[in-house]
Write a protein that binds this ligand. Structure first.
Ligand SMILES: Cc1cc2nc3c(=O)[nH]c(=O)nc-3n(C[C@H](O)[C@H](O)[C@H](O)COP(=O)(O)OP(=O)(O)OC[C@H]3O[C@@H](n4cnc5c(N)ncnc54)[C@H](O)[C@@H]3O)c2cc1C
Length: 308
């Protein structure tokens, strides 16, 4: 997950829109592996509704002074810099935001303690406070006021990468379940030899192949420069739901062993639960898909377009 943050969450906007300065100071060392990066979008009061963030960055000569807080920040304790979304202008919620590269050792940044999660335990997650944090305005990514748009574009890559990174673990989850149930005996035969079990595993493997096909299609179109927001949202929705189905069904076939921390299947069950929440919840993906299908009710339209 921490690698995904580095490659597909915190850096795509710099690569696409960043000045020579931010590319040289933040992107190049991140690609080289010398810097760890993190992404600061979510706040205690603003998760799904990105447009409602409160963190601000005010001009002071050639500098920006940042005040506010960020929540759920992956790799916060390891990071050398944060790609931060903050309000810099007094315009509408879609045009007042700016992405800013902020070194994590800047005075005024305080890390609250690590959040105690049920999964994804190999990466730390923290709340960050910003108190009069001063950074040069030249650390702005691209144009001031385009931060919301850049972040929405950056999310497409994050979501696509999140789903692409699921495919092998999903296959592995099924395979280790085949291996275990082939060995484990009950009622004079292997667990796997029960038709319900092998049929169910076949169904799940089929679903994973469907997700793979959708992911490959969305990736191909993304690489060719098309707007893949609808397809990526479908990938993220399907991926989030399928991991819950696969890990839950597989864990069931491990019996009591599945309910221990001794086996990989229970780790998959805990870790992958995040997919339906992080980077835009399933319901937010449904709103986006509805918007692209032209069936999102008008009264909800304005609000939904502000969401992850
Ligand atoms: C382990 C972890 C790592 C994370 N890493 C990062 C990170 O590095 N950087 C970062 O910026 N953020 C990060 N996040 C934050 C993550 O993106 C948010 O948790 C996510 O966007 C949901 O926001 P929220 O938790 O505030 O939920 P809320 O916005 O409070 O939503 C709660 C629930 O309400 C429902 N809901 C929301 N909107 C709608 C709607 N329109 N219609 C119907 N139902 C709805 C959904 O079921 C949703 O899950 C991380 C989160 C976790 C748990």
């Amino acid at each position: 997950m921490a690698v995904g943050v580095q490659t597909d969450m915190a850096t795509p906007a710099l690569a696409r829109f960043g000045s020579h300065h931010v590319k040289e100071q933040f992107l190049a060392p991140s690609i080289a592996g010398d810097f760890v990066s993190c992404l600061g979008v979510s706040e205690p009061g603003s998760g799904s509704d990105v447009a409602s963030i409160q963190t601000s960055a005010k001009r002071d000569g050639d500098d920006l002074i940042i005040n506010g807080q960020k929540m759920w920040i992956t790799s916060a304790f390891q990071a050398d810099w944060i790609c931060l979304l903050a309000n810099t202008l007094h315009t509408s919620p879609h045009t007042n935001k700016t992405l800013i590269c902020v070194p994590m050792d800047t005075p005024g940044i305080h890390l609250a303690k690590r959040i105690n999660k049920i999964g994804m335990l190999s990466s730390d997650t923290a709340q960050i406070f910003f108190e009069d944090v001063r950074v040069p305005a030249k650390n702005i990514v691209g144009e001031e006021g385009k931060g919301f748009t850049y972040q929405m574009i950056q999310f497409q890559e994050e979501r696509l990468a999140a789903v692409a990174l699921l495919l092998s673990p999903l296959n592995k989850c099924i395979q280790i379940t085949i291996d275990y149930t082939k060995e484990r005996q009950a009622f004079g035969k292997s667990i796997l030899d029960n038709q319900y079990v092998h049929y169910r595993l076949a169904e799940l493997e089929t679903e994973v192949e469907c997700l793979r096909a959708l992911t490959y299609r969305a990736t191909e179109l993304y690489v060719s420069g098309e707007d893949v927001t609808k397809l990526v949202s479908m990938c993220k929705l399907k991926g989030g739901r399928l991991v819950r189905e696969v890990t839950d069904s597989c864990l069931q076939f491990w019996g009591g062993m599945g309910f221990t921390k001794e086996v990989l299947v229970s780790r998959y069950y805990r870790d992958m639960r995040l997919i339906s929440i992080g980077g835009g919840a399933d319901e937010v993906m449904l709103s986006i898909i509805c918007k692209y299908m032209g069936i999102l009710p008008k009264h909800g339209k304005k609000k939904e377009t502000t969401s992850k």
